[in-house]
Design a protein around this ligand. Structure first.
Ligand code: SAM
Length: 333
């Protein structure tokens, strides 16, 4: 591994340390800082790390003349086009970080058309949440960090993302290297590594995570413990139609995913949030996941949702379960 990425990680650690000072996370600054250090060490140990880091190091140093975090496509660029050599170098460096699942991004004119239209999710959520202006926010399972940029675009003072998937950490750093001063930070660790009871975040986002957790009640209770009093939880997750006693525990895969454990009804989700301590629980959106929102692209050329629905019956997964539906609930800590 080259020196540059180590230096970059050290710079990120120093910036994070400076931002923690004076933030609502200050009482736990040493813990958050050491989580970033641990996460960076994990990134370096991953079997594919050398390949991703080599790609990262080959990204050209393009001058940034505009950024746009308030539109569907998270965009960083120059007023004029970068030259062909730079374009080719950036294109191949970014392609080395395949598969790109969460986005879209545009980097110096290169459009990263990700598997997910994460902008559609944000458009369903953003109009309903307490405005993020000046808030310290946590995005649990932030993927490539697409939503962290949208949170900054919506005025968040500090946006912290956590996600244990090393490739996603590298995708975030591929963008962040052109936005060094931005108050968006990625900790490459899982939620289980976070301290309990910090009660430090104004808004906590858990989007697309609950059904991946073995113990969904523990997940909600941990989210509650991270949120300051009267702070807001944004919970986005899969649901099934049914009453307060109904949930789906797939016997094996669900829509080809191995790691789906627990898909409750909306009524059950409300009970779970209530029992975890939340109040003011309400639904702001619910609906079926479209094959236009999650699909294969040039930047994610594996199979996608369309391939994991039943042949001739898109209302069922290929395993015979109800096709994915997603709900957004808001709740107060
Ligand atoms: C379905 S994706 C959701 C990504 C994003 N939040 C969104 O809504 O588009 C689930 C994410 O959870 C991450 N993840 C898996 N285990 C996790 C854990 N223990 N703690 C935090 N995130 C986790 C995965 O790496 C993945 O990026």
């Amino acid at each position: 591994m080259g020196l540059k990425i180590i230096k970059w990680q050290q710079q990120e650690q120093a910036s994070f340390k400076a931002v923690l000072q004076g933030s609502s996370l200050e009482p736990w600054k040493d813990d958050f800082f050491s989580l970033m250090q641990q996460g960076h060490a994990i990134v370096q140990q991953h079997g594919d790390a050398w390949r991703w880091q080599e790609a990262w190091q080959k990204q050209p140093q393009c001058p940034v003349e505009y950024v746009e975090f308030n539109h569907d496509v998270v965009c960083i660029g120059t007023k004029k086009h970068i030259n062909t050599e730079e374009n080719d170098a950036l294109h191949s460096a970014l392609h080395a970080l395949h598969p790109w699942r969460k986005g879209p991004f545009s980097l110096f004119g290169i459009n990263i058309d990700t598997e997910w239209h994460s902008d559609w999710k944000w458009a369903r959520i953003a109009p309903h949440i307490t405005p993020l202006m000046g808030r310290t926010v946590l995005d649990v399972g932030c993927g490539s960090g697409y939503h962290l940029w949208r949170m900054l675009g919506a005025g968040a003072k500090l946006a912290v993302g956590i996600d244990p998937t090393v490739l996603f950490a590298m995708q975030f750093e591929a963008i962040k290297r052109y936005q060094r001063e931005a108050a968006a930070f990625f900790l490459p660790v899982g939620i289980e590594s976070l301290l309990q009871n910090t009660k430090a975040f104004d808004t906590v986002f858990s989007m697309g995570i609950l059904y991946h957790r073995h113990s969904p009640m523990d997940h909600l209770m941990q989210l509650f413990s991270l949120l300051r009093g009267k702070g807001e939880l944004v919970l986005e997750t899969l649901y099934i139609d049914g009453d307060a006693q109904q949930c789906l525990l797939p016997s094996g895969r669900y829509a080809n995913m191995r790691n789906v454990w627990f898909i409750p009804s909306i009524a059950m989700l409300k009970t779970m949030l209530h029992r975890a301590g939340f109040h003011g629980i309400h639904v702001v959106h619910a609906g079926i996941t479209s094959i236009n929102e999650q699909r294969s692209t040039d930047w994610m050329h594996f199979k996608s949702l369309e391939n994991f629905l039943a042949d001739g019956d898109p209302s069922c997964t290929c395993e015979g379960y109800p096709a994915p539906r997603r709900v957004v609930l808001l709740a107060k800590g």
